[in-house]
Design a protein. Structure first.
Length: 586
């Protein structure tokens, strides 16, 4: 929690110290009201005061009450502002930190957990800071000041207050020890709820297609039931605070008045009236002391959960990304779009065996290289190592003659246009999605249209209302799978990179559109190095080089016709897609 509080800026710290002064003023006003109450009690009970004196004392109490309310408003405003600013800074830092994470760190925390930490956990910390300033500052000042006021009073009364405070502290300590583990578990169970909900929403079509609603409901009910059960235990423990506090306060009042009866009876004459006024005043001070501890109990309710939330936030903020930024922004002079894999091996985190072993190949500028193989052969993993979604476990990858680890991340990705297996569109307009990450270029509209034409997306975009400014729903829900893929391809083309990577990005296209798109790419992107992962033989048959992958290793390298003769794996894949006549003609 301390590290997170350090995120407060100078403005927030200044507000905090001003709030401390205002809280002290508020406590002074409230305790001064009790002194004025004693004054009024003496004036009334002794009959020595005039009506004017009583009214003046009453007006003083009214002014002190108004001052206390004003101070409370100022502290409340400052606390809310500090809490909101802290939450803003924490969410901003979390977002930036996650942006720097590699896939390894993201998989370590899970998407659902990172969402919970950026929302629910930050809110818990914000609430603690906002409430803490209003309560945690006021309560100790009030308790210490009130104790100093009653220190000189009868030791009999003081002893009752000490006893009540000791009992209260023991109760709060016991509750705290029981509640902390429960609240820690609550945050983890909230991650599970988010994961179940997210899984159900993203896979809703599959759930309905397989009539699996009951199964999903049982999974959600299990996670929801565990969270509810844990919440019930934690809050039942916390619920004990209020009745115990009520019993303590009532018992303390009775004890003070019971002792007061004996003290007053033992006194003589005018001393009885003084003792009576002191008893009333002492009772008010004692209530303020107990109320201070009661207010602290609210913080004890919030603190365990906020403490767990703060640890989870800190865990993200202190996690060092495995992929370190290099310093280079350019490759070797005169080299562009060249890629070399030297004895590359890769093992996923926590995996028992490597996914890739001893991968060696090179790609020259302007070449089109395709990767094909059975599912799980390592095709996608190979190309994901180039933009450093993961770092190699052994060996090295060179881009333009320089190890990719030596590049600054921004410089590396500027060289690469990447189209993933799953077409990803962002809410906004077609134009915003096409220029995504490359905004501000000259002749923007003209280049957008050119990218759309090359990606075979121009016609259906022009048919949309608003054309290039047509709205795209979240996740591209208002476009078909093939349209989303073509828009994703247009985004990569608009970037005009040295290297284009297509990770099975033609799978949703019909054969005719696939052929037209590849023909347009060959014409418009001449001189650009192209890497294609595909399952269709028709998509890759014209590539300059085809790399056949099998169980994480390169099984064969060559052109289409060569591989039909030399590679059993490639011929088997071709035979599953082409007729005997087509194979013979090839």
């Amino acid at each position: 929690m301390g590290r997170l509080i350090k995120e407060l800026g100078k403005k927030e710290l200044l507000l905090f110290f001003v709030s401390m002064a205002v809280v002290a003023l508020q406590v002074w006003a409230e305790l001064s009201m009790i002194d004025r109450m004693q004054e009024v009690t003496l004036l009334v009970t002794t009959g020595s005061g005039t009506t004017a004196q009583v009214l003046i004392a009453g007006l003083k109490m009214l002014a002190l009450a108004a001052g206390g309310v004003l101070c409370a408003v100022v502290v409340g405003y400052a606390a809310s502002l500090i809490g909101a600013n802290l939450a803003y800074k924490l969410r901003d830092k979390l977002f930036r930190q996650v942006q720097a994470f590699s896939m390894e760190e993201i998989n370590k925390f899970s998407t659902a957990s990172l969402i919970t930490r950026s929302t629910n956990d930050v809110t818990q910390v914000q609430m603690l800071v906002a409430m803490g300033m209003q309560v945690a500052l006021r309560a100790p000042i009030m308790a210490i000041w009130a104790l100093s006021k009653i220190a000189t009073k009868s030791w009999h009364w003081s002893l009752t207050v000490v006893g009540a405070v000791v009992l209260l502290c023991l109760m709060l300590a016991a509750i705290f020890l029981i509640a902390v583990p429960r609240f820690k578990k609550i945050q983890t169970l909230t991650d599970d709820i988010n994961e179940r909900m997210r899984e159900n929403l993203t896979g809703l079509r599959v759930v309905r297609a397989f009539n699996a609603e009951d199964f999903q409901e049982r999974k959600f009910e299990a996670a929801n039931g565990a969270l509810a059960k844990n919440n019930l235990v934690a809050h039942r423990v916390m619920a004990a605070i209020h009745p115990v506090m009520s019993v303590l306060m009532s018992g303390l009042t009775l004890a003070i008045y019971w002792i007061g009866i004996y003290l007053i009876n033992a006194a003589a004459g005018a001393e009885k009236v003084v003792l009576y006024s002191e008893m009333v005043t002492f009772s008010a001070y004692a209530m303020q002391i107990v109320l201070s501890f009661m207010m602290m109990s609210f913080i004890f309710i919030m603190f365990p959960r906020a403490m767990v939330a703060a640890r989870r936030i800190k865990e993200v903020l202190t996690t060092e990304p495995k992929i370190k930024d290099g310093a280079r922004v350019n490759g070797l002079p005169g080299v562009s779009g060249e890629i070399t894999f030297e004895n590359v091996s890769f093992t996923y985190p926590d995996a028992e065996s490597p996914v890739l072993e001893s991968i060696n190949f090179s790609v020259k500028e302007g070449e089109t290289v395709a990767f094909i193989g059975s599912t799980g052969s390592g095709k996608t993993t190979v190309i994901n190592l180039i933009p450093r979604f993961y770092d190699v476990s052994a060996g090295a990858i060179y881009l333009d003659g320089v190890n990719v680890k030596e590049y600054a991340q921004e410089a590396l990705v500027k060289k690469i246009g990447y189209v993933s297996q799953k077409a990803v569109l962002f809410s906004g307009t077609v134009k915003q999605n096409v220029v995504y990450g490359s905004e501000g270029r000259k002749n923007e509209k003209e280049n957008v249209f050119r990218a759309l034409e090359t990606a075979s997306a121009y016609d259906f975009v022009m048919d949309k209302e608003g054309q290039e400014n047509a709205r795209i729903a979240r996740g591209g829900a208002n476009f078909s799978g093939g349209q989303k893929q073509r828009l994703s391809i247009a985004r990569a083309l608009y970037k005009k990179p040295e290297i284009l990577i297509f990770d099975d990005s033609f799978s949703a296209l019909d054969y005719k559109t696939d052929k037209e798109l590849r023909s347009a790419l060959k014409k418009e992107m001449k001189g650009t190095t192209v890497l294609i992962v595909a399952q269709r033989i028709g998509t890759i048959k014209d590539a300059d080089k085809i790399i056949v992958m099998n169980e994480g290793k390169i099984a064969a390298v060559g052109k289409h016709k060569e591989l039909l003769k030399t590679s059993d794996i490639y011929r088997e894949i071709a035979a599953s897609q082409l007729s005997e006549e087509e194979l013979e003609n090839e």
